[in-house]
Design a protein around this ligand. Sequence first.
Ligand code: HEM
Length: 496
Amino acid sequence: MPKTGFLGFGRLIGGFQANKAERGPQYVVETLDKVMGEDVHTCIVPIHDYELIVTRDPRNVQVVLANNATDWDVSEHRAASWEPMIGHGIFTSRGKDWSKSRAQVRPLFKKQQIHDLDLYERHVQQLFTAIDKRFSDDSQPGWTTPFDLLPLCYNLALDVVTEVIYGRSVHSQTPAARKSFPTVTGLESPERIDIGTHVDAGKLWIEKRGALWKYRWLLPTRAFYKHCAAIHKYADWFVTLRLQAKDKYLEALDETGTASKDRYVFLNELATVTNDPIELRSQTLNVFVAGRDTTASLIGWIIYFLARHPGVLAKLRGEVVGQFGPYIPDHGSDIEFKELRGTYLHAVINEVLRFAPVVPLNERVSVCDTVLPRGGGPDGEKPIFVPQGTQILLPIYALARRKDLWGPDADEFRPERWVEGGGRKTGFEFVPFGGGVRQCMGQEFARIMAAYVIVRLLQRYDHIDNAEIPPDAPMKFHLTIENRSGSGVQVRLHEA
Ligand code: HEM
């Protein structure tokens, strides 16, 4: 790809501008198609004094993430951008440190933990309480007034994830449900109100810093460090309580003394393998940022598309009510997900992840001289030599929009593609959760939680109207590491 712009910064600036216009993922596809051609899938992008590789070739993606993963690692820029906020943990570490982190974090994703539907139900009920406030005398009978459901999805995920990680939900959905914190010697109670805001603001800064790559020092840091300090203060309070209370943590946290001793709380378990406060803070925050916003964004996108595709909504609701029955307030946790795969719900979730991948871009850097199997030679079929230290971008969105891989209707939202012909089998052209050794550990957690929320929502509401103005406004990808809808999820709901 030719160098462009002042001092060769053209592509970097183009990417920034596209992100600002909330069409970053589309910009990658358009640039590749326009500059290189629709059938060119791997190219070298020169920027000022360095080059990076961009590939939307599943074979190369497979080699980088899985088959030849030892030749690649996450770049040190990931750590440099993220660590002031979340410290050194599973998401930011490389090599041996990463292997150790992965082993520490794994128990969080035990099956019974992920399938704790009782946990989801409690927070879904709080979501419904928040939605109930949208019914007013001005709205049509049975309908809410138009509102943005997306912030509610973020609150829901924040409440679930803080409960799983620290044992106490921040209750951002219903602050009245907050109980006061027990006393921890030497520490003030942590601020719960703004924790989500601090994480959002910090991530926005990290996103910019990551995009600047080796020029990240250009960004001022003061405001960012203030957000980091607030986030640390929050995590440190729980860590200190855990270290002081030892194995009585759950009882100490729950002043009523009714907390179940069997309840799995990530921090509580992690403290059985390390008592280093910095490690406990970092590892819990790493999982917090990996899990909260991604899942919230996914739930938001699902509702966004259901509101725009009444046929899909009707079919999905038919399946949900047929399988799990109509809405009964106290019977949520009776739902049993024996197997999501093969259901229309699974197809809808996959299509949302294909069409609007929550993580639109992944990255790696070569840790030694290595080879990519495809992209070289006049026909692009020959291997390419990659020197040590080369950054590679894996545009997940671009992979999932290739018409030669997905069919001529790749630009249409059509969940049926996942069930036709006995179900679509995917390879490395569909990697919304990454792949290979560093594949997302929370994939099942996110899928089950999203599925549960959608089931309960469709049991309770039979229509979801698209209330965006204009209704056919183009999709906007608001990038704060994860992709969320830039215009929110503007809807009206009708109670069944
Ligand atoms: C829709 C929801 C989610 C999406 C799209 C998503 C996506 C991803 C992706 C693409 C990666 C790989 C990054 C890489 O290759 O470098 C990843 C890693 C990770 N995810 Fe998720 N994720 C989601 C939900 C979650 C949840 C709910 C949790 C935990 C509660 C979680 C925990 C993790 C962790 C710990 C890693 C790091 C794995 C490692 O580096 O070994 N994720 N996620």
